[in-house]
Write a protein that binds this ligand. Structure first.
Ligand SMILES: CC(=O)N[C@@H](CCC[C@H](N)C(=O)O)C(=O)O
Length: 384
């Protein structure tokens, strides 16, 4: 029997209590595996790679494979929701809702473990979406190879949409991102003798200010980009000149062209700081697999049409968002569609207060089971 709503909510709460960060999702992966092994195994084959799990469901007419991906990692956030099933791991939380993502995936899988699908289905329980591009790692290590999907789907939960609503759009859904890690190395010294030191607070502050001219002065205003430098650390106390400064941040752009252009400007500015402050700047720009999430024309038109015409689905056409997702990498290799699932919360993703509404879970499962059934039938009909 497919999991019912009460069973899924129980699973979600158990997963919520054991958040683990990217590539360290050991308890999560073990728990998922236990749940998957409770399902009828007749059509299933399971493969484990590090903390990733791939489940292949053998279809009746196994010529095509549809993929479905969920991420499984949590964040280094101290939960402050006050929920009775709050994180049991201090300092870690499912603050991006991946516990909801995993639960919906299990709900869909449980349906097709019970009722054999027409096409093959490949379910990917993917580690490390927030850091280290888990999707890229899985793909490049050949983990999907033997069950490679012909098309693939995934969602991200969205606190700003009503619980259970499906949001999507043709074209780009999310930005491509790139992490910035900049270390400024000068010379520390006494506050009274600046001429004998090389002050990295001043160099770092110049870097921050100059970076903020990239989007405002170099990007076409009709397009968009964001550079947020969320971490600045320098010095120890007020009367010592800091010889070192560490700045970390992230670039976001809706096209890969603009992302690469911003990366180039960050490099130029870092070089300029090095020259003008006579210091060393170690700059690391890390994009990994965080490409813009570009929805495939064909699968997305089909997806939107199905959701719009399904009376049980509250479909909302959404604008592009500056959030990032390493599903962008998988979509650069496999045609497919990413969408939002509304979870209705006044708090944003990554907030320590985020408490997604659980009635989104069953609505998400039903929408996707319905979609996958229809899609399989139509793929099969088109083939024969
Ligand atoms: C949905 C979401 O919040 N995704 C993350 C992805 C992180 C990308 C990477 N670590 C970076 O910061 O560039 C996001 O922050 O948008």
């Amino acid at each position: 029997m497919a999991f019912n709503e009460a069973e899924l909510i129980k699973i979600r709460r158990e997963l919520h209590q054991i958040p683990e960060i990217g590539m360290q999702e050991f308890m999560t992966s073990e728990k998922l595996l236990k749940i998957i092994k409770r399902l009828p195994q007749k059509y299933l084959e399971i493969k484990v790679w590090k903390t990733a799990i791939v489940v292949h469901v053998l279809g009746k007419k196994a010529t095509k494979t549809i993929g479905y991906r969920t991420d499984i990692d949590g964040l280094p956030v101290t939960e402050e929701t006050g929920l009775p099933f709050s994180s049991k791991r201090p300092g870690y939380m499912h603050a991006c809702g991946h516990d909801i993502h995993m639960t919906v995936a299990l709900g869909i899988l449980s349906h097709f473990a019970d009722e054999q699908p027409e096409c093959n289905l490949t379910f990917l329980f993917q580690p490390s979406e927030e850091i280290l591009s888990g999707g890229k790692q899985v793909y490049e290590n050949g983990v999907l190879d033997e069950w490679m999907p012909d098309e693939i789907y995934a969602f991200h939960d969205n606190p700003q949409l009503p619980a259970g609503a499906i949001g999507c759009r043709m074209g780009t859904l999310f930005a491509g991102t790139c992490e910035i890690h900049a270390t400024f190395i000068g010379k520390s010294g006494h506050a009274a003798y600046p001429h004998m030191a090389n002050d990295m607070v001043v160099a770092g502050a110049q870097f921050v200010n100059q970076i903020q001219t990239i989007v405002s002065r170099n990007i076409d205003p009709i397009q968009s980009g964001v550079i947020t430098l969320g971490h600045f650390n320098a010095g120890t106390t007020g009367n010592i000149i800091a010889g070192k400064c560490q700045i970390d941040g992230t670039i976001r752009a809706l096209t890969q062209k603009n992302n690469l252009f911003i990366q180039k400007r960050v490099q130029q500015i870092a070089k300029g700081i090095e020259d003008s402050f006579d210091c060393e700047v170690k700059l690391i720009l890390q994009q990994g697999g965080y490409y813009p999430v570009e929805n495939n024309k064909k699968t997305t038109a089909y997806f939107i049409d199905y959701m719009q015409h399904n009376q049980d689905v509250n479909f909302i056409e959404t604008a592009p968002a500056m959030t990032g997702e390493d599903f962008g990498f998988l979509l650069s290799k496999i045609p497919g569609t990413m969408f939002w699932l509304g979870v209705d919360s006044p708090y944003s993703l990554h907030s320590e207060h985020l408490a997604p509404k659980e009635d989104a879970i069953m609505k998400g499962v039903n929408a996707m089971v319905g979609y996958l059934k229809k899609r399989q039938k139509d793929i099969f009909a088109a083939e024969y």
